[in-house]
Design a protein. Sequence first.
Length: 278
Amino acid sequence: MLGTLSSLLMLAIAARELSGTISTLQMITVRNAVGFILICALLQGSGWKQLKTAQSGTHLVRSVSHLIAQYAWIFGLASIPMAEVFALEFSGPVWSVIIASVLLGEKINRFRVLTLVLGIIGVLTILRPGFRNPDPAMFIVIFSAVCFALANVLTKKLVVNNSPLNIIFYVTVIQFMLTVIPTVAIWVVPDTREWLWMIVMGIVAITAHYCFARAFSYADAMVVIPMDFLRLPLAGIMGWLLYQESMDEFVILGALIMFGGNLIGIYTEKRRLNANNE
């Protein structure tokens, strides 16, 4: 998880460093180009046959949803403190429960209802409508979390018949094909520093996926997910050190409420799976 946390923080810092001079579209295009090179190197060792798929439509929808989510997430990073972006991301499981019930027919039991309620309370705690005017970028980040949730639910559908490399390969290729032509039209020639940051984005995007998957292979979700919550204080520290950002106590409180709901959902799901296996 240390590798995952480091990768996600580096991804956020790289996006923030580039946001003033390089368009989000150009960042995503170069990131996917770098990712494609890395994935091809991995496929060379593990085999190209795994790229065969019968779910091209699902791959396309997932890739578009993930692309929109990235665009909105980077916009948020350029507009509001890093800690607020990471805190609002914890609303993802709330949207995943709703989307999974619609697309996969998963039942919403009383524990999932509790996850939903705590998630909504957490979001409202951060936004505090009626007590302040929330920055419009906060709603963009929530929209990003919804799109990431859709991509995650579709991943759950894809992993049944597709390897992780298969899924990452197609999302990288499809997104590159969707963005390369409009990127050429607005291309800004990067300087050395900007090239380095975009290459970093491409590398850490892949390492974040890889390290997160490896973390689940070594430890249970009840161990991995609480460690993932460390993103919030780490983002707050990095935002303070690099950009002189302060961390609102209501952001911490709201994130803790959502995190508690997420843990309840994971714990009850584990108990249900254990009961079914007995």
